[in-house]
Design a protein. Structure first.
Length: 112
């Protein structure tokens, strides 16, 4: 029994390492693959390099992004890091400045 105990401990450590480190990484990779496979024209995406653009065309291995009007990039699907969710914007809403953030105006007599 004394010769089996070290092997059981090593096996338990290996199993714990797999559960804590390797399995979550595999799940992230699978989720990333599903996201990259589900891309469609019109999606706003961010590449792993931080470039943001709109998907204009797709094929099995590449994606064509429009990053600015008339500027297109062709990248591999694996470069897509995430699909950006569009922010709902209300054009009629005005953002008001916080008065605490505004610098105080100096008065002409030198007092504040």
């Amino acid at each position: 029994m004394d010769t089996v105990a070290p092997f059981v401990i090593l096996l338990a450590i290996a199993l714990l390492f797999w559960l804590v480190m390797i399995r979550p990484q595999q799940r992230r990779q699978q989720a990333m693959g599903r996201m990259q496979g589900a891309l469609s024209t019109g999606d706003e995406v961010m590449l792993t390099s931080g470039i943001i653009g709109v998907v204009r065309s797709l094929d099995e291995k590449t994606v064509e992004l429009e990053v600015s009007e008339g500027v297109h990039l062709r990248v591999v699907r694996g470069a897509v890091g995430q699909v950006m969710t569009p922010v709902a914007r209300d054009d009629n809403a005005q953002l008001a400045a916080d008065p605490a953030d505004e610098p105080e105006e100096k008065q002409s007599d030198g007092t504040q």
